[in-house]
Write a protein that binds this ligand. Structure first.
Ligand code: ZN
Length: 405
């Protein structure tokens, strides 16, 4: 079993791909300055080792790492210190054996994370770091072997450490005074979880963050509100934590921003969701399941907390909050109809995890479809986002005119 290092036998990328990767690497190093550069991941490779599937990360430095497995769905999580990611599209398209795809990004203040989505249960047969040989790269090697579900469960119970509790770097300080209503804007997804990817490659997590920043500026310019963002950076924040931020700052309104995509490029327009224990239709339910998957993608298991939240849901306070949420949604619909466009039956009800603060009126907006070329073009540019921002601002003003805090 203890064969010689087999990395060189991993089926090699073509010379062209190697050149692109090397060029990217050189560019990153030049940009960052050699002295101050963070370690970079400059390649991801996979190889068939007979019984095992080998994953190799090419790194500019030797780094500490932790590898663990999760189920429901089956995943392998590799935690690294904060690194730069300099991967080519060819790297990102790789899949082999049980590895169906992988995601990567910043996880919290001190951790970058790579998550492998698996076709079935595996065990981590070996992990080690190889020093550079001819090139300038260290290689982190992880060997995965398929195992049965029972062996996986026993393995996990015996060896797995609990997933690290994410530290929130993007958490803003609470406002100094509460002389104005606080609005919390929640840019959907981030870090290891890009959200949906548009027809021309734009990422939901970037669009929602840009939108939230611009919306904050417009709302604060009215002089009527304080605005807090759940994340200021491209970082992963668990859904539960986003709700926590809204409660800690005493938010009077919580607005979660997302963008969707579907197989049919002709479908376009915004949809607006408020919480219900029962989804208003199958489509809304599927979307909620998709958005709620964010925590699974980030490698967290939140089953317990979700039960707590479900219990709170049935309280009367929750019902009052749900009514206020629906009121705000009903004010947003006509404003979007004026300046933007909506899908049919735009106000829907579904069990989004992020809408479950029992005492904060909360609305989730799918701003449009990144699978639709017009929606994508509008949402990726500040000029295209402007009418959407103005529409939300008018609805917010109207809501607080009628429901002063
Ligand atoms: Zn989303």
């Amino acid at each position: 079993m203890a064969g010689p290092p087999i990395v060189t036998r991993v089926p090699l990328v073509t010379l062209m791909q190697r050149f692109v990767r090397l060029a990217t690497f050189a560019w990153v190093m030049a940009l960052a300055g050699l002295a101050s550069a963070a370690p970079s991941v400059v390649g991801v490779r996979m190889g068939d080792q007979g019984e095992a599937t080998r994953l190799v990360l090419d790194l500019t430095e030797s780094v500490r790492y932790a590898v663990s497995v999760l189920d429901g769905p089956y995943r392998v999580v590799i935690d690294l210190p904060v690194v730069e990611w300099a991967l080519s599209p060819a790297d990102e398209a790789r899949k082999l054996g049980p590895i169906e795809r992988f995601r990567y990004g910043r996880f919290d203040a001190t951790t970058s994370r790579l998550v492998l989505d698996l076709a079935g249960p595996v065990e981590i047969a070996r992990t080690f770091v190889l020093p550079p040989e001819s090139g300038a790269r260290y290689r982190l090697v992880v060997d995965l072997k398929p195992v049965g579900a029972a062996a996986f469960a026993a393995n996990r119970a015996a060896t797995a450490k609990p997933a690290p509790v994410p530290q929130v770097v993007a958490r803003p300080p609470p406002p100094a005074r509460f002389d104005k209503p606080v609005i919390v804007l929640d840019p959907g997804h981030g870090g290891v979880d890009p959200g949906t990817i548009g027809a021309t490659g734009s990422r939901e997590k970037d669009i929602t963050l840009a939108m939230a920043r611009e919306l904050r500026q417009t709302l604060e310019a009215t002089g009527r509100y304080r605005v807090v963002l759940t994340r200021e950076l491209d970082v992963f924040i668990p859904l539960q934590r986003r709700v926590g931020i809204a409660r800690e700052v005493g938010a009077a309104l919580f607005l979660s921003l997302h963008a969707d995509s579907v197989g049919q490029p002709s479908i376009s327009g915004a949809s607006i969701y408020t919480l219900s224990e029962q989804a208003s239709d199958k489509e809304a339910e599927l979307l909620a399941a998709k958005e709620n998957r964010a925590d699974l993608i980030g490698g967290l298991d939140l089953a317990d907390q979700t039960n707590d939240v479900a219990a709170i849901l049935i309280s009367l306070a929750q019902r009052e909050t749900m009514n206020l949420s629906a009121t705000f949604a009903s004010m947003l619909v006509p404003e979007f109809a004026k300046d933007w466009h909506l899908v049919r039956n735009t106000h829907r009800f579904a069990g989004f995890a992020v809408l479950k603060a029992p005492d904060v009126p909360s609305v989730l907006v799918e701003l449009g479809y990144l699978s639709n070329p017009n929606d994508e073009r509008s949402l990726r540019a500040p000029a295209g986002r402007k009418p959407v921002i103005d529409a939300v601002t008018r609805a917010v003003n109207r809501y607080f005119d009628l429901h002063p805090v």
